[in-house]
Write a protein that binds this ligand. Sequence first.
Ligand SMILES: C[S@@+](CC[C@H](N)C(=O)[O-])C[C@H]1O[C@@H](n2cnc3c(N)ncnc32)[C@H](O)[C@@H]1O
Length: 214
Amino acid sequence: MKKLSQKAYWNGVAAEKSFTLRPDFSLLKTCIGKDAFIVDYGCGYGRTLEELYLAGYRNSLGLDFSGAMIARGKKSYPRLNIQIIESSHTNLPDCSVDMVLLFALLTCIAEDKEQQELMKEIRRILKPGGYIYITDFLLNDDKRNRERYNAFMEKYGIYGVFDLPEGVTLRHHDEDYVKQLMKDFAITHFEKTQNRTMNGHISNGFVLMAQKKR
Ligand SMILES: C[S@@+](CC[C@H](N)C(=O)[O-])C[C@H]1O[C@@H](n2cnc3c(N)ncnc32)[C@H](O)[C@@H]1O
């Protein structure tokens, strides 16, 4: 299949995909209160913010570059504040956010540089002591994954980046790389998990909570 731009891909699948990574409320409540301002970056159709809303976390904003994801979210959960974003710059004031969520978002960003730019923006908008809560995918060691990581090494130069036949580029991350990416934050929680992917496979994953240094 012809490779689509990343945004075109997410727009194309917005009506059909279901995302699965769940918030850990016991972890969340050690970091923020119910009135905290939470930004879900790469919120998709808003299902995480809806789950948070039902649990009493109602001061939130969802941002996503896919207009079709946001349209689905507005239809499914009209009470949520979710908006299209044009670039990784959010227009939010400096030091204004208590927690940023990145749920299966880094996997959509193949390049180190683009991930680093996003972390810079997140540091800008977080309050001192504010949190970033990431859940995403780690490298796997099974044959299917090793073969695709190797097959795309020449194209992308990063072990773990691969194209799916359906037309999107995804990344599974090296654990040390993730910790290096977070070097300007203080990691308060890191846990390895097994995550179900949007296509129903089981993959290594992680949950990370980190705080903006004061
Ligand atoms: C795998 S989905 C996860 C959605 C949501 N976080 C969830 O867990 O339900 C990834 C989402 O990130 C969005 N996305 C991917 N790259 C993005 C970027 N660079 N900026 C903003 N949104 C992006 C896609 O449109 C898609 O909705």
